[in-house]
Design a protein around this ligand. Structure first.
Ligand code: AMP
Length: 273
């Protein structure tokens, strides 16, 4: 595995190879969720590039940028074992200069749900993803369904900017107790982790209702909220897969999304129906 931090060197290196590239952007502290993206990229491409970059522009003032978990050595090992060809490991200066052009998240879709609790977050995400896609020029880029709104906005961006890359969604990987894996789960104390299990439980209860032919979005939201209680709920939404509100679940075209604060830790989860 080659480790490259200079974007221009990486571009040069990839240009010479003339092979299909699968790209997995991450912020490091890698877990099985990231590994499933890498495995899918490995299956579908000749070259796999993973980036590890904790992108400062997607963190709001007062968020966890400074304490975001860092596991550089373990991450390098994980990438090597997962069959990654190139690890792109840039510094902030490799990616950003001063007074730059940036991508603005759409005014509506970028400022609801997580975008409402973190205004400006998705502009930072889209800007760095745009930069990374231009550096790597992959045939396919892999994103987790866990960050469903991010996946939706990135898919929109590549379409709206006529970019030549296929965005590949990858299923959520969960711990054995049902909690969706996240680099931020390390922030949770034992008690908080136990409380956080209400999140997958609530989504499971929602899918049970649906299996009993209860499709009413309001009823489903109420069931989820009652199970999450007394956690601090940021939102519970039943949306179509293009992120518009719906009154009834349509199987094959629905996402149920939950964002909850457990202590100061923001946890996202969702199910696709
Ligand atoms: P992050 O390092 O948190 O920015 O995540 C990098 C990529 O991994 C994103 O596309 C995430 O959606 C994806 N990801 C994170 N957690 C999971 C998970 N539990 N299952 C599947 N994909 C995930």
């Amino acid at each position: 595995m080659k480790i490259i931090s200079d974007p221009f060197m990486l571009k040069e290196h990839l240009k010479k190879s003339n092979k299909s590239i699968g790209f997995v952007p991450t912020m490091g502290a890698l877990h099985e969720g990231h590994i499933s993206l890498i495995k899918k990229a490995r299956q579908e491409n000749e070259i796999v590039v993973v980036s590890i970059f904790v992108n400062p522009t997607q963190f709001l003032a007062g968020e966890d940028l400074e304490r975001y978990p860092k596991k550089d050595d373990a991450d390098k090992k994980i990438c090597e074992l997962a069959g990654v060809d190139i690890l792109f490991f840039p510094s902030i200066e490799n990616i950003y200069t001063k007074d730059e052009a940036k991508v603005c998240a759409p005014n509506l879709r970028g400022y609801v749900l997580e975008g409402a609790s973190r205004p400006g977050h998705f502009s930072g995400v889209l800007t760095v993803v745009m930069k990374l896609l231009h550096i790597v020029s992959p045939a396919r880029a892999y994103f987790g369904k866990k960050d469903a709104q991010q996946l939706n906005l990135i898919s929109l961006m590549v379409k709206q900017f006529f970019m030549d890359v296929q965005i590949v969604p990858v299923d959520i990987v969960r711990d054995s107790d049902g909690l969706a894996l996240s680099s931020r789960n390390v922030y949770l104390s034992k008690t908080q982790r136990a409380e956080a299990l209400k999140i997958p439980k609530s989504l499971y209860a929602a899918s049970k209702l649906i299996s009993k032919n209860i499709f009413d979005a309001q009823k489903i939201k109420e069931e989820i909220c009652s199970i999450l209680d007394p956690l601090e709920i940021e939102y519970v939404e039943v949306l179509s897969r293009d992120f518009t509100a719906i009154e009834k679940v349509e199987i094959g075209n629905t996402i149920i999304l939950v964002e909850v604060l457990v202590g100061k830790t923001r946890l996202l989860d969702n199910i696709w129906l």
